[in-house]
Design a protein around this ligand. Structure first.
Ligand SMILES: [Zn+2]
Length: 243
């Protein structure tokens, strides 16, 4: 079975606020991923004050081991306003990246980000930081764009947000999620049962979380082989136009 970890950070941040904007070294990650049987990993920078620079650094990491990685371009919807299409297009054409990543920690998603995704036909991995209501707005406004909302909507393990998120996952055909950092196993099970395995992507949130530990959650879901194959890579390949 071919396994793709669809959520991992790589490179250095410049914030020094916490691990998320300081350092995402892949040294331990790659060993752990190899031991766990993970074949390929989708990487994007940690939180950074200059994403043009961070994306370039990510491209260098990928270039050294191109068979290991897919890349997403990180953007700040507020700070990079007016430059998003240009930034992402460069990342796709020059670096071979295949998705857009953004985080509400930096700024809320904007029409400019969604338009860019629509024009370049890229999935958008957007951490809503628990703000579930907003999903309805962009899911409806951009039905052609596929949005992956990581952590069932809340890395902070906010049960209310994650429960409310599952309703959106069921309701909107263009809303997807990843399994990274989700602690409440029953919610993962519910997401797959109600929305279907085609809406859920395996992700680890490495290198800060252990990819083998995160992968074990997928096996514990005891899915059928075809459903498991979707979660472990098929969904990512379809969304990133790699099939
Ligand atoms: Zn992450």
């Amino acid at each position: 079975m071919f396994i793709i970890d669809s959520h991992c950070h790589a490179g250095k941040g410049d914030g020094l606020t916490g691990p998320w904007d300081t350092n995402a070294s892949l040294t331990k990650y790659l060993q752990r991923a190899k031991e766990a049987g993970i074949d390929k990993t989708v990487i994007f920078p940690p939180i950074h004050s200059n994403y043009a620079q961070a994306n370039r650094a990510l491209a260098n990491i990928i270039q050294k081991q191109p068979r290991h990685f897919f890349g997403y371009a990180f953007v700040n919807a507020a700070k990079n306003k007016g430059q998003i299409l240009q930034m992402v297009r460069l990342a796709v054409r020059q670096y071979g990246f295949c998705g857009i990543k953004l985080h509400r920690y930096d700024a809320r998603i904007s029409r400019e980000v969604c338009e860019t995704a629509k024009v370049l036909v890229l999935p958008v991995l957007y951490d809503v930081l628990g703000e579930i209501q907003s999903i309805e707005l962009f899911a409806k406004a951009y039905p052609q764009v596929n949005f992956i909302i990581p952590h069932l909507g809340s890395f902070a393990d906010d049960w209310k947000a994650q429960s409310a998120f599952i309703d959106k996952l069921v309701k909107f055909p263009n809303i997807y999620t990843d399994t990274s950092a989700v602690k409440r196993f029953d919610l993962l099970e519910e997401a797959i049962q109600r929305a279907g395995a085609k809406k859920v992507l395996f992700g680890s949130d490495g290198p800060w979380l252990h990819p083998g530990l995160e992968l074990e959650k997928i096996f514990l879901l005891k899915l059928s082989p075809s459903e498991e194959a979707l979660v472990l890579g098929g969904n990512f390949l379809r969304l990133a136009n790699k099939q």
